[in-house]
Design a protein around this ligand. Structure first.
Ligand code: SF4
Length: 230
Protein backbone atom coordinates (compact mmCIF):
# COMPACT_ATOMS: atom_id res chain seq x y z
CA UNK A 1 0.00 0.00 0.00
CA UNK A 2 1.40 3.38 -0.96
CA UNK A 3 1.79 6.20 1.53
CA UNK A 4 1.78 9.68 0.03
CA UNK A 5 2.97 11.65 3.03
CA UNK A 6 4.01 11.29 6.66
CA UNK A 7 4.07 13.97 9.29
CA UNK A 8 6.17 12.34 11.96
CA UNK A 9 4.66 14.10 14.94
CA UNK A 10 1.68 16.33 15.57
CA UNK A 11 -0.14 17.51 18.67
CA UNK A 12 -2.99 18.93 16.61
CA UNK A 13 -4.43 16.11 14.50
CA UNK A 14 -5.61 13.52 17.02
CA UNK A 15 -7.27 15.17 20.05
CA UNK A 16 -5.36 14.54 23.28
CA UNK A 17 -2.66 12.47 21.61
CA UNK A 18 0.88 12.76 20.32
CA UNK A 19 0.33 11.33 16.87
CA UNK A 20 1.83 10.99 13.44
CA UNK A 21 -0.27 11.73 10.36
CA UNK A 22 -0.31 9.42 7.35
CA UNK A 23 -1.48 10.86 3.99
CA UNK A 24 -3.11 8.75 1.27
CA UNK A 25 -3.57 9.81 -2.35
CA UNK A 26 -6.87 10.01 -4.21
CA UNK A 27 -10.13 11.77 -3.42
CA UNK A 28 -13.61 11.75 -4.94
CA UNK A 29 -14.12 15.44 -4.19
CA UNK A 30 -12.40 18.51 -5.63
CA UNK A 31 -12.94 21.13 -2.93
CA UNK A 32 -11.71 24.48 -4.27
CA UNK A 33 -10.08 25.24 -0.91
CA UNK A 34 -8.24 21.90 -0.53
CA UNK A 35 -4.83 22.05 1.13
CA UNK A 36 -3.71 18.71 -0.29
CA UNK A 37 -4.60 19.23 -3.95
CA UNK A 38 -1.43 17.48 -5.12
CA UNK A 39 -2.82 14.24 -3.66
CA UNK A 40 -6.27 14.30 -5.21
CA UNK A 41 -5.85 12.42 -8.47
CA UNK A 42 -3.70 9.76 -6.86
CA UNK A 43 -0.81 10.31 -9.27
CA UNK A 44 1.58 11.94 -6.76
CA UNK A 45 4.66 9.81 -6.07
CA UNK A 46 4.48 7.70 -2.94
CA UNK A 47 6.92 8.66 -0.19
CA UNK A 48 6.98 5.21 1.37
CA UNK A 49 5.52 1.72 1.21
CA UNK A 50 3.45 0.10 3.92
CA UNK A 51 6.39 -1.85 5.37
CA UNK A 52 8.40 1.34 5.89
CA UNK A 53 5.47 2.86 7.77
CA UNK A 54 5.23 -0.21 10.00
CA UNK A 55 8.98 -0.05 10.68
CA UNK A 56 8.67 3.64 11.54
CA UNK A 57 5.77 2.95 13.91
CA UNK A 58 7.68 0.14 15.65
CA UNK A 59 10.55 2.54 16.30
CA UNK A 60 8.19 5.19 17.69
CA UNK A 61 6.39 2.90 20.14
CA UNK A 62 6.37 4.71 23.50
CA UNK A 63 6.95 8.08 21.83
CA UNK A 64 3.73 8.36 19.84
CA UNK A 65 0.32 7.33 21.13
CA UNK A 66 -1.82 7.67 18.04
CA UNK A 67 -1.88 7.50 14.24
CA UNK A 68 -4.08 9.77 12.11
CA UNK A 69 -5.09 8.71 8.59
CA UNK A 70 -5.88 11.52 6.19
CA UNK A 71 -5.68 12.32 2.50
CA UNK A 72 -7.15 12.67 0.08
CA UNK A 73 -9.92 10.33 1.16
CA UNK A 74 -8.37 7.40 3.09
CA UNK A 75 -11.43 5.17 2.64
CA UNK A 76 -10.69 4.95 -1.11
CA UNK A 77 -7.75 2.68 -0.19
CA UNK A 78 -9.12 -0.82 -0.47
CA UNK A 79 -6.46 -2.25 1.84
CA UNK A 80 -7.03 0.33 4.57
CA UNK A 81 -8.71 -2.14 7.01
CA UNK A 82 -5.74 -4.51 6.79
CA UNK A 83 -3.21 -1.72 7.30
CA UNK A 84 -5.25 -0.37 10.19
CA UNK A 85 -5.26 -3.79 11.84
CA UNK A 86 -1.47 -3.86 11.66
CA UNK A 87 -1.25 -0.39 13.17
CA UNK A 88 -3.71 -1.35 15.93
CA UNK A 89 -1.71 -4.52 16.64
CA UNK A 90 1.27 -2.28 17.41
CA UNK A 91 -0.86 -0.65 20.10
CA UNK A 92 -1.75 2.59 18.33
CA UNK A 93 -5.25 4.05 18.43
CA UNK A 94 -6.23 5.28 14.94
CA UNK A 95 -8.02 8.45 13.93
CA UNK A 96 -9.66 8.57 10.50
CA UNK A 97 -10.46 11.69 8.47
CA UNK A 98 -13.22 11.23 5.91
CA UNK A 99 -15.43 13.23 3.59
CA UNK A 100 -18.26 10.80 4.30
CA UNK A 101 -18.78 9.45 0.77
CA UNK A 102 -18.22 5.78 1.69
CA UNK A 103 -20.51 4.88 4.60
CA UNK A 104 -20.20 1.13 4.02
CA UNK A 105 -16.41 1.29 4.35
CA UNK A 106 -16.65 3.64 7.33
CA UNK A 107 -19.13 1.24 8.90
CA UNK A 108 -16.74 -1.66 8.53
CA UNK A 109 -13.89 0.28 10.15
CA UNK A 110 -16.15 1.14 13.08
CA UNK A 111 -17.79 -2.30 13.44
CA UNK A 112 -14.43 -4.04 13.47
CA UNK A 113 -13.12 -1.68 16.15
CA UNK A 114 -10.35 -0.38 13.89
CA UNK A 115 -10.83 3.34 14.50
CA UNK A 116 -11.05 5.15 17.81
CA UNK A 117 -11.91 8.59 16.43
CA UNK A 118 -13.50 9.79 13.21
CA UNK A 119 -13.36 13.37 11.89
CA UNK A 120 -15.95 13.88 9.16
CA UNK A 121 -16.22 16.93 6.95
CA UNK A 122 -19.56 18.65 6.61
CA UNK A 123 -18.83 20.74 3.55
CA UNK A 124 -21.95 22.88 3.54
CA UNK A 125 -25.74 22.82 3.52
CA UNK A 126 -27.10 20.10 1.21
CA UNK A 127 -28.08 22.64 -1.45
CA UNK A 128 -24.53 24.01 -1.73
CA UNK A 129 -22.71 20.72 -1.10
CA UNK A 130 -21.73 19.92 -4.69
CA UNK A 131 -20.47 23.45 -5.32
CA UNK A 132 -18.43 23.38 -2.10
CA UNK A 133 -17.01 19.96 -2.96
CA UNK A 134 -16.02 21.23 -6.42
CA UNK A 135 -18.35 18.81 -8.22
CA UNK A 136 -21.08 19.35 -10.80
CA UNK A 137 -23.44 17.04 -8.97
CA UNK A 138 -23.30 14.95 -5.87
CA UNK A 139 -25.45 12.27 -4.27
CA UNK A 140 -26.02 13.40 -0.68
CA UNK A 141 -27.34 10.04 0.50
CA UNK A 142 -23.97 8.41 1.36
CA UNK A 143 -22.87 11.55 3.17
CA UNK A 144 -26.10 11.68 5.15
CA UNK A 145 -25.65 8.00 5.98
CA UNK A 146 -22.11 8.52 7.30
CA UNK A 147 -23.20 11.48 9.42
CA UNK A 148 -26.13 9.49 10.86
CA UNK A 149 -23.80 6.59 11.65
CA UNK A 150 -21.59 8.87 13.74
CA UNK A 151 -24.48 10.69 15.38
CA UNK A 152 -26.14 7.45 16.42
CA UNK A 153 -23.08 5.30 17.10
CA UNK A 154 -20.53 4.70 19.84
CA UNK A 155 -17.26 5.69 18.19
CA UNK A 156 -15.82 9.06 19.24
CA UNK A 157 -16.10 11.66 16.49
CA UNK A 158 -16.16 15.24 15.38
CA UNK A 159 -17.72 17.05 12.46
CA UNK A 160 -15.89 20.00 10.95
CA UNK A 161 -16.48 22.57 8.27
CA UNK A 162 -13.79 24.62 6.57
CA UNK A 163 -15.51 28.00 6.32
CA UNK A 164 -14.93 30.12 3.23
CA UNK A 165 -16.42 33.60 2.76
CA UNK A 166 -17.48 32.87 -0.84
CA UNK A 167 -19.08 29.49 -0.05
CA UNK A 168 -20.84 29.85 3.30
CA UNK A 169 -23.57 32.10 4.59
CA UNK A 170 -26.12 32.18 7.43
CA UNK A 171 -28.37 29.74 5.60
CA UNK A 172 -25.51 27.21 5.43
CA UNK A 173 -25.35 26.99 9.20
CA UNK A 174 -29.10 27.15 9.79
CA UNK A 175 -29.40 24.04 7.62
CA UNK A 176 -26.33 22.26 8.98
CA UNK A 177 -27.57 22.86 12.54
CA UNK A 178 -30.83 21.11 11.75
CA UNK A 179 -29.02 18.32 9.92
CA UNK A 180 -26.49 17.32 12.61
CA UNK A 181 -28.51 18.52 15.61
CA UNK A 182 -26.98 17.39 18.91
CA UNK A 183 -23.56 16.53 17.43
CA UNK A 184 -21.00 15.73 20.10
CA UNK A 185 -18.36 18.06 18.63
CA UNK A 186 -18.54 20.41 15.68
CA UNK A 187 -15.67 22.67 14.65
CA UNK A 188 -15.87 25.64 12.33
CA UNK A 189 -12.40 25.88 10.81
CA UNK A 190 -11.22 29.01 9.12
CA UNK A 191 -10.00 28.67 5.53
CA UNK A 192 -6.37 29.71 5.05
CA UNK A 193 -5.09 30.53 1.59
CA UNK A 194 -1.92 28.92 0.22
CA UNK A 195 -0.16 28.80 -3.14
CA UNK A 196 -1.27 25.18 -3.53
CA UNK A 197 -5.00 25.83 -3.03
CA UNK A 198 -6.60 24.88 -6.38
CA UNK A 199 -8.97 27.85 -6.70
CA UNK A 200 -7.72 31.42 -6.55
CA UNK A 201 -9.73 34.24 -5.02
CA UNK A 202 -11.20 32.51 -1.97
CA UNK A 203 -11.14 34.33 1.34
CA UNK A 204 -11.32 33.45 4.99
CA UNK A 205 -14.40 34.72 6.80
CA UNK A 206 -13.82 37.30 9.51
CA UNK A 207 -13.70 36.22 13.12
CA UNK A 208 -16.94 38.10 13.72
CA UNK A 209 -18.59 36.21 10.88
CA UNK A 210 -17.48 32.87 12.32
CA UNK A 211 -18.72 33.80 15.80
CA UNK A 212 -22.05 34.79 14.26
CA UNK A 213 -22.30 31.39 12.54
CA UNK A 214 -21.44 29.64 15.82
CA UNK A 215 -24.27 31.59 17.47
CA UNK A 216 -26.65 30.39 14.75
CA UNK A 217 -25.57 26.79 15.41
CA UNK A 218 -25.50 26.80 19.21
CA UNK A 219 -29.23 26.19 19.84
CA UNK A 220 -28.95 22.96 17.84
CA UNK A 221 -25.31 22.06 18.59
CA UNK A 222 -24.14 23.44 21.94
CA UNK A 223 -20.68 21.87 21.43
CA UNK A 224 -19.78 24.05 18.42
CA UNK A 225 -16.26 25.57 18.57
CA UNK A 226 -14.08 27.69 16.33
CA UNK A 227 -10.68 26.61 15.03
CA UNK A 228 -8.13 28.90 13.47
CA UNK A 229 -9.23 32.08 15.25
CA UNK A 230 -7.57 33.64 18.31
S1 SF4 B 1 -12.53 16.12 0.57
FE1 SF4 B 1 -10.68 16.81 1.63
S2 SF4 B 1 -8.97 15.93 0.45
FE2 SF4 B 1 -10.81 15.77 -0.83
S3 SF4 B 1 -10.76 17.60 -2.14
FE3 SF4 B 1 -12.01 18.08 -0.32
S4 SF4 B 1 -10.59 19.01 1.17
FE4 SF4 B 1 -9.35 17.97 -0.40
Amino acid sequence: MKIHGLQKMTLLDFPGRVACTVFFGGCDMRCPFCHNAELLDGSAPAVMEEEELITFLKKRQGLLDGVAFTGGEPLLQKDLPELTKRVRDLGYPVKLDTNGTHPERLGRMIREGLVQYVAMDIKNSPERYAETAGLEKLDMQPIRESASMLLGGNVDYEFRTTTVAELHDDSSFEQIGRWIRGAKRYYLQRFTDRDTVPFEGLHAPTEEQMKHWADILRPEIPAVELRGVD
